[in-house]
Design a protein. Sequence first.
Length: 305
Amino acid sequence: MLAFLPPVVRAAVAVSLLAVNTLFWCLLLFLFALVKLALPFERVRAAIDPLLNSIATRWIAGNNAWMRLTQPTAWDVEGLEGIDPRGWYLVSCNHQSWVDIFVLQRLLNRRIPLMKFFLKYELIYVPVMGLAWWALDFPFMRRHSDRYLRKHPEKRLEDLETTRRACEKFARLPTSVMNFVEGTRFTREKHDAQRSPYRHLLKPKSGALALTLNALGERFESLIDVTIVYPGGVPTFWQFLRGDVERIVVRVTRRPIPVEFFHADAMADSRARKRVQAWLHEIWQEKDRQIDALLQAPQREAVVA
């Protein structure tokens, strides 16, 4: 543990280790991805995809190692029991910071299959990682404003088709499909602008989740509903690297997925879409109350180092 180092030095060590870990595993990942690109056959993909997922899992394990080394953060976590690393899961979480992704990966890596995130299309241009996400079949979604969609209604189907194609790839081997259903990180300005009915959350969006359920629903064992709370305030990624985050509280709840969602076309059937939205609303109401309680609760002894 390097907690004795000044925060800026800890951040420099963390950034260096993150960079080395990323470059090492991504170079290996790209080699196998080139094979898959050059030989686009089903048999080749069936052999290569598990290797790519295994490389990504080891990259996450390397990140977890430097986090344990450089950060004095206390982790208060409940609900990880009984999760099958060979199962299929739909994963959802409230979204506040880039740090959320590292939190999810630290806690769920090797406990469930590799999580595949829905990403904003612009992230494909992130050096190294954009190409890595593409190689791992992460779907890149184009986000259009309501004003733009009113002028170009045909673009509404663009993300849905991306989701459909991604689900076809996910169906080849056990996968955890991760969706930040709020669609963006929480800020007070966004909360006020959309007049969210929740105190700590933005309104959930059911589109991509509903399509994923329709395409892969029968494979999913359950929804893994994750709630992340930063009692000291939501950190920036730089604050996280500095080790300024004193405490992270996480609650994980496994929820059954209504069977009716597996065969309902929520994109074409407005009633089905409303049922999915109502289900998410109930989960979000409970999550909002849970966040309230966690923020007000006295600190407990950390249960995850």
